[in-house]
Design a protein around this ligand. Structure first.
Ligand SMILES: Cc1ncc(COP(=O)(O)O)c(C=O)c1O
Length: 357
């Protein structure tokens, strides 16, 4: 290990010493008969649900249930309002505005850059190679004393591929800041999660989400796995009740549905193969990039024309045609069997003259 990682040196000094907001229920753990501490409505809620009480700020029951599923202890789990929340909190906890840097590896998920920009944090970009892998040497060469985070997305959005194990390992072992591996699409690949290496690498942070395979994008819950010390810091700087009561209730129920999640993932993977094969047979398709996620990055002869045509057909895909290394590509999420069939039938009818100029 060539790094000298020390969490106290990576955190902004005032975050280390910050006293978090403390609710009355944080301070009292005994049996409570009457809650008169939080200015809630004692009569109930307008919906008739039990929404009149604030939720558990640390989501203890969910973490107990999630711990065996993810094979990680509850004190290594942070839950956020989507994984976009830990992306924001990690940036805020470590990067001093106008001073510190993060490294991103484009083409990749946009929120690492947006979050850094919001906080006036300098973004150093190190392009992926032409086959969408990490240029390890270039990444390590881009590190400065101000670099606090290296963001790695694997499987990567929008390219769909998994980053090589050795590259991530080399970066973890040679960089003294945080290495965040965003595994939003981990359920769609056979590659193992980096969660299993948390014990070995104190600078490793793994992000996952309930928005994709679990089908819970609407309740907004993301997961962050890291050292207990870093999880304590994230808990300290998050808004106190960041996961709403209905979201916590839905999640507790959702965690009983692993078989259903696995079945949906299997169906999506089956549909992914079918869709890729059908797309490949269309003359307007130039290339389908290999994927380990629930989407395909597809290069078209006329991506802009296809995009405009699909919008007129009321089918929305993601235009990545002007993104570095994705020129001419659209990102297509795997839909249901029926949705994919409608897409293919529409694409078969695409004529270049459909292009709006
Ligand atoms: C790589 C990646 N990370 C994180 C997210 C955000 O997920 P969440 O819904 O948990 O905020 C997305 C959403 O598309 C994503 O593609």
């Amino acid at each position: 290990m060539n790094n000298s990682f020390d969490l106290t040196k990576i955190l902004r000094p005032h975050i280390l010493t910050l006293a978090p907001y403390s609710s009355a229920r944080d301070e009292y753990t005994g049996h409570v008969g009457i809650f008169l501490d939080a200015n809630e409505n004692p009569y109930g809620s307008v919906t008739g649900e039990n929404y009149n009480r604030y939720p558990d700020p640390y989501q203890a029951e969910i973490k107990q249930k999630l711990s065996p599923i993810k094979q990680v202890s509850p004190d290594r789990i942070f839950l956020g309002n989507g994984s976009d929340e830990p992306i924001d909190l990690l940036t805020r906890a470590t990067c001093t505005p106008g001073h510190d840097h993060v490294i991103i590896l484009p083409p990749t998920y946009g929120m690492y850059e947006v979050s850094a920009s919001i906080h006036d944090v300098k973004i150093d970009k190190v392009s992926l190679t032409n086959d969408y892998q990490i240029d390890t040497e270039a990444v390590l060469n881009a590190v400065t004393p101000q670099t606090k985070i290296i963001w790695i997305c694997s499987p990567n959005n929008p390219t769909g591929n998994v980053m090589q194990y050795d590259a991530i390992q080399t970066i973890l072992e040679n960089f003294s800041g945080l290495v965040v591996v965003d595994e939003a699409y981990i359920d769609f690949t056979d590659e193992p999660s980096w969660i299993q290496h948390l014990d070995k690498y104190p600078n490793l942070v793994v992000l996952q989400t309930f928005s994709k395979a679990w089908g819970l994008a609407g309740i907004r819950v993301g997961m962050c796995f890291a050292s207990p010390e870093l999880i304590r810091i994230l808990n300290k700087i998050k808004p106190p009740y960041n996961i709403s009561l209905p979201a916590q209730q839905a999640l507790l129920e959702g965690l009983n549905g692993i078989e259903k999640k696995d079945k949906m993932v299997a169906d999506i993977l089956e549909q992914r193969d079918v869709l890729a094969e059908k797309l490949q047979s269309l003359p307007i398709v130039v290339k389908i990039h290999p994927t380990d996620a629930n989407f395909l990055l597809v290069q078209f002869e006329d991506a802009k024309g296809v995009m405009d045509y699909l919008i007129r057909e009321t089918i929305i895909v993601r235009d990545r045609s002007r993104v570095h290394l994705c020129e001419g590509c659209l990102r297509i999420t795997i839909g249901t069997k029926e949705e994919n069939e409608v897409l293919i039938e529409s694409l078969k009818k695409f004529q270049p003259q459909n292009v709006i100029v």
